[in-house]
Design a protein around this ligand. Structure first.
Ligand SMILES: NC(=O)c1ccc[n+]([C@@H]2O[C@H](COP(=O)([O-])OP(=O)(O)OC[C@H]3O[C@@H](n4cnc5c(N)ncnc54)[C@H](OP(=O)(O)O)[C@@H]3O)[C@@H](O)[C@H]2O)c1
Length: 241
């Protein structure tokens, strides 16, 4: 039987590529999203992957959404915590709303999504949890105190949860993408990308969402069972952690 995989924010950007790659590898995939119904419906029509709308920043919404996915597809065996947002600004001007939204969506979601599935994974003695962190959680980034804190928190979450669950056949790993060619990065002005970002990347280009998806497929595999608590950088050589 195909293993069931749930990808949060799995309808576009990096998450969309992850959902497609997992499906192509043979997983039974569900993709969640926040509110962009048009993108989600197009994704569903293109891929045949079922989509589910809920806010990963809400514990109750996650518990309800996961219950629905499990009723439709079966117990979740691979969880990809990918959903994330940015709300950039210098810290001395940052509002509590900017701080809370980014912490709750990027980091709070790891509790909200993982807590409802971990007991089942432990009982079944198998699980793969893959958290999409960021290069900016490893090195810090000007204007991103909120985002860098959340993404660094994801790495700590990954390591501690890996220790607690290694005996139960569950691996927990983080992937830290560098600059990837998605709407999140396309929102950055073109001359900033060309003059300020590309010169920092030894590979001299942005990464593609499919290059992150490839790393997820690798970590999700049954025979990746000895890789846990790791942080995999996929950044074109931009930061060597
Ligand atoms: N792009 C990069 O260069 C880069 C680099 C490093 C790390 N990352 C990380 O990689 C992940 C994906 O980034 P991306 O660039 O692919 O982002 P994106 O294109 O903006 O897509 C974000 C996805 O997350 C969903 N989402 C956002 N807030 C949510 C919420 N509260 N509840 C449920 N779903 C929510 C969105 O749903 P809707 O479609 O409904 O809005 C969308 O499907 C993020 O965690 C990001 O921090 C990205």
């Amino acid at each position: 039987m195909a293993r069931v995989a749930l990808v949060t924010g799995g309808t576009r950007g990096i998450g969309g590529a992850i959902s497609r790659a997992l499906k192509a590898t043979g997983y039974n995939v569900a993709a969640s999203y926040a509110g962009n119904d048009a993108a989600a419906e197009k994704f569903k029509a293109d891929t045949g992957i079922p989509v589910y709308k809920w806010d990963v920043a809400s514990f109750e919404a996650c518990a309800g959404g996961i219950k629905q996915v499990e009723a439709d597809l079966g117990p979740i065996e691979v969880l990809v915590n990918n959903a994330g947002i940015t709300k950039d600004g210098a810290f001395h001007k940052m509002t509590l709303e900017q701080w809370s939204a980014v912490i709750n969506t990027n980091l709070g979601s790891l509790f909200n999504m993982t807590r409802p599935v971990i007991e089942g994974m432990r009982a079944r003695k198998f699980g793969r949890i893959i958290n999409i962190s960021s290069i900016n959680g490893q090195k810090g980034q000007f204007g991103q105190v909120n985002y860098s804190a959340a993404k660094a928190g994801e790495i700590g979450f990954t390591k501690a949860l890996a220790l607690e669950n290694a005996k139960s056949g569950i691996t927990v790993n983080a992937i830290c993408p560098g600059y990837i060619n998605t709407e999140m990065v396309q929102a950055v002005p073109k001359d900033v990308i060309e003059k300020s970002i590309l010169p920092q990347i030894p590979a001299t280009r942005l990464g593609e969402p499919e290059e992150i998806a490839r790393a997820v497929v690798f970590l999700a595999a049954d025979d990746a069972g000895f890789i846990t608590g790791s942080t995999l950088s996929v950044n074109g050589g931009q930061y060597l952690a």
